[in-house]
Ligand binder design. Structure first.
Ligand code: UDP
Length: 326
């Protein structure tokens, strides 16, 4: 039987596809290539170019392959854009996911691993953030993911759909073959590395007046390989008959923007110029996971907790692929 991976041509999905195959799993990828890259998926993997909400296409995939479970990565994920264009976020991330779930359930595919996000928590009331932290997203992106979470709870109760929904903190880093390549890059580490590569003059630090040790915002950076391993463990957990779960995927410790920059200077040996600018709207001062549950429930044991190692892997990939997948 095979695993259907939506968004398998994207940053996290492509790493999970690689790791699933390394474990001997059969994989089928569905990706509309709006943000994904065809070159990120090995040519030997069955690949369907289309939308998750295209019920005819998903039905066709389920006829052509014996699908055991779905890992659902595909989504729009720009927080700022979601504020300006909420319609496409609710449509793509929520409505189309419901169509996907319809077809899965109709065909008796009752295991799903759904990419959720720490953005469903909104402004933290306390850190580290555990899974019981109240959820009050501050963007349509966060709400669109939250609404899928809500649907999953009800679909489990009514239709027996079992899920693990990891809530990602800050995914970063690269494997040898797969790295971060976004048409519009907004994430800190890839932008910092663009400065190191001379593609960008400086990095803007969004605010140095937060109540953190050095005044810059703190995030929980998690290596994409560690994220990927958690998905494989989640699949095994569901195969064992595990109950549905929401789990934070973060390391459980944070680094400030200044600390990330310092680490990047060390790793690259470049003097990365930084300029302090104002805070970015909607940025909380600290997002750090309480990460015990993933360890306890899934048996997850992250291998790359240090920021230097994470940046080193990303730097190696960017040096080898200066134009990403292009
Ligand atoms: N950040 C920054 N300059 C940039 C991009 C990001 O100072 O050019 C900061 C941002 O304010 C946040 C952290 O870096 O505190 C991580 O941002 P990113 O966009 O990578 O992830 P987010 O936490 O927003 O999901």
């Amino acid at each position: 039987m095979a695993i259907l991976v939506t968004g398998g041509a994207g940053y996290i999905g492509s790493v999970v596809v690689e790791d699933l195959r390394a474990k001997g799993e059969s994989v089928v990828v569905l990706d509309n290539l709006v943000y994904g890259h065809r070159a990120a998926v090995d040519a030997s993997v069955p690949f369907y170019d289309g939308n998750i909400g295209d019920k005819d296409l998903v039905s066709q995939i389920l006829r052509e392959h014996e699908i055991e479970a779905c890992m659902h990565f595909s989504a729009f994920a720009y927080v700022g854009e979601s504020v300006e264009k909420p319609q496409i976020y609710y449509e793509n991330n929520f409505v189309q996911t419901l169509h996907l779930l319809d077809v899965l359930i109709e065909n008796n595919v009752k295991k799903i691993i759904f990419s959720s996000t720490c953005a469903t928590y909104g402004e933290p009331q306390y850190v580290p953030i555990d899974e019981k932290h109240p959820q009050s997203p501050t963007s349509p992106y966060g709400w669109s993911k939250f609404m899928v979470e809500r649907a999953l709870i009800d679909y489990d109760a009514a239709y027996g759909l079992k899920y693990v929904a990891p809530r990602y903190f800050n995914a970063c880093g690269a494997t040898e073959k797969h790295g971060e390549h976004h048409a519009l890059e907004t994430h800190l580490i890839p932008l910092v590395l663009q400065v190191a590569q001379g593609k960008r003059e400086f990095i803007s630090i969004f605010g140095n007046d937060y109540s953190t040790s050095d005044g810059t915002a703190v995030r929980d950076y998690i290596h994409v390989s560690d994220l990927s391993q958690a998905h494989i463990l989640a699949l095994e957990y569901l195969r064992r008959g595990g109950e549905s779960q929401f789990v934070n995927l973060g390391i459980g410790g944070g680094y400030s923007v200044e600390e990330v920059l310092e680490a990047a200077r060390k790793v690259t040996g470049k003097n990365i110029e930084a300029r302090i600018v104002g805070r970015r709207a909607g940025d909380p001062s600290q997002l750090v996971a309480e990460a015990k549950k993933a360890r306890e429930v899934l048996g997850w044991n992250p291998q790359f907790p240090e920021i230097e190692k994470i940046i080193e892997s990303a730097w190696t990939w960017h040096e080898k692929h200066p134009n990403g997948y292009d």
